[in-house]
Design a protein around this ligand. Structure first.
Ligand SMILES: Cc1cc2nc3c(=O)[nH]c(=O)nc-3n(C[C@H](O)[C@H](O)[C@H](O)COP(=O)(O)O)c2cc1C
Length: 165
């Protein structure tokens, strides 16, 4: 186990340049999707990963019934094909782990796997969520990012385990 702070810079750099994989399992369904936004922070005196997931995502449907999720961050040259595929196909229609040849490696502290081929893993327990909406947003952001009403829900996941491969 390592401190969640240890690879924060790498995590933010990867989110901004290729993405990371957010994995969730609920009601017997396992899914992973590419995220490019997100933040590492402190809330309620706890280390937290905040993951923004749009209402339309299958991942959103699963998170609404889940108690935890994981975030797997690759090294710069890793998992490019998987990140592209998992960021453009929905788990409603395909088993992304099977198609991409990804390993669902059991979580150490939560009942949700990590992507075994990734390098850095955050295991998170959902402690709160907040769905963005027009009154809470600058109209410039609302109109440019959410003109179709597909708002993000921010999931606040307390990081209960963080480790590298
Ligand atoms: C680089 C990249 C970053 C992305 N970041 C996000 C994100 O932060 N939040 C989000 O809701 N969707 C994001 N997406 C889109 C989802 O990954 C995509 O819609 C995916 O197919 C949803 O899968 P699902 O329906 O199985 O949940 C991103 C896609 C890519 C390619």
């Amino acid at each position: 186990m390592i401190s969640f702070e240890e690879h924060a810079q790498h995590t933010l750099e990867r989110l901004n340049h290729g993405g990371a994989l957010l994995t969730v399992r609920s009601n017997g369904s396992l899914n992973t999707m590419t995220i490019g936004w997100g933040s590492l922070s402190i809330y309620w005196g706890r280390p937290v990963f905040i993951a923004p997931v749009r209402l339309s995502r299958h991942t959103h449907f699963l998170l609404e019934q889940a108690e935890s999720f994981t975030v797997t961050v690759p090294r710069a040259d890793e998992l490019r094909d998987a990140l592209a595929y998992c960021g453009s196909h929905s788990g409603r229609n395909v088993d992304k782990f099977a198609v991409c040849g990804l390993t669902a490696q059991p979580g150490r502290a939560v009942d949700c796997p990590v992507v075994g081929e990734g390098w850095l893993h955050y295991e998170c327990v959902i402690r709160g969520k907040f769905t963005l909406s027009a009154p809470a947003l600058d109209p410039v952001i609302d109109q440019s990012v959410y003109d179709d009403g597909d708002y993000h829900t921010l999931y606040f996941g307390e990081i209960v385990a963080c480790y590298t491969r």
